[in-house]
Design a protein around this ligand. Sequence first.
Ligand SMILES: C[S@@+](CC[C@H](N)C(=O)[O-])C[C@H]1O[C@@H](n2cnc3c(N)ncnc32)[C@H](O)[C@@H]1O
Length: 255
Amino acid sequence: MDEKKKEKTKEVVKERYSQIAKEVGSCCPICAPCGFDAIEQAKKIGYSEEELKNIPETAIIGLGCGNPTALAELKEGETILDLGSGSGIDVFLAAKRVGKTGYVIGVDMTEDMVKKAKETVIRYGYKNVEFRVGEIENLPVEDSSIDVVISNCVINLSVDKLKTYQEVFRVLKPGGRVLISDLVTEGELPEDIKHSFEAWAGCIAGALEKKEYLNTIKNAGLKDITVVSEKLFSEPEMDNRLLEKIISLQVKAYK
Ligand SMILES: C[S@@+](CC[C@H](N)C(=O)[O-])C[C@H]1O[C@@H](n2cnc3c(N)ncnc32)[C@H](O)[C@@H]1O
């Protein structure tokens, strides 16, 4: 992809998630059909009722494709980084798991998402979380400072996935780990979908073929790469040609 197209893609993605951040809960006809129930959607994604009861409702907007904190074996006192944290669902879940002695940082390039997440922090008085505006390809995070990097349905949106995983490698402490939930494909996508900005912002067009995705993680220097779980992903009104082609993948790896 040339630089011009990369910039345009990034802008379309930002616009899409900015709109969702501003309009979620107000029956936004662009981001979701009226009557969209984010809690029900979150349960479908894989969050338990118990987990959802224990975090602020403003953090639940039903955008992920898995439940990374349930698989990451987070421990008290650990420092966690969530890539593309959105309104913060996984940050607040992680904060509960790492406790008062731990710390969770969420990074997202969409200012309106970060604003929404920060409002939740203030409203509920969280002391062990922080949200930063930034790009996952150029993380505003110190070298070797993170125990666990998590992410939920974000890296497929990146225009430079190798750079993103290289950044993950940079910020992880030696021995640190990642637990990433993301969308990948089984085989090639139809050409028109691959070139649609709309489909990119909808987490489809930017998804890599599974083998290429796992190779990207390896090429960034991470090791012991394991697919923890995977299943076919579909949405209501999804293009028929995508059925059985999109996979929600949860992958673990170490620095
Ligand atoms: C599908 S949403 C997922 C949000 C959140 N992880 C969740 O599960 O609810 C994707 C999020 O990633 C952010 N994002 C997309 N590309 C990004 C990038 N290159 N750098 C930082 N954030 C990005 C978007 O702004 C959006 O908030």
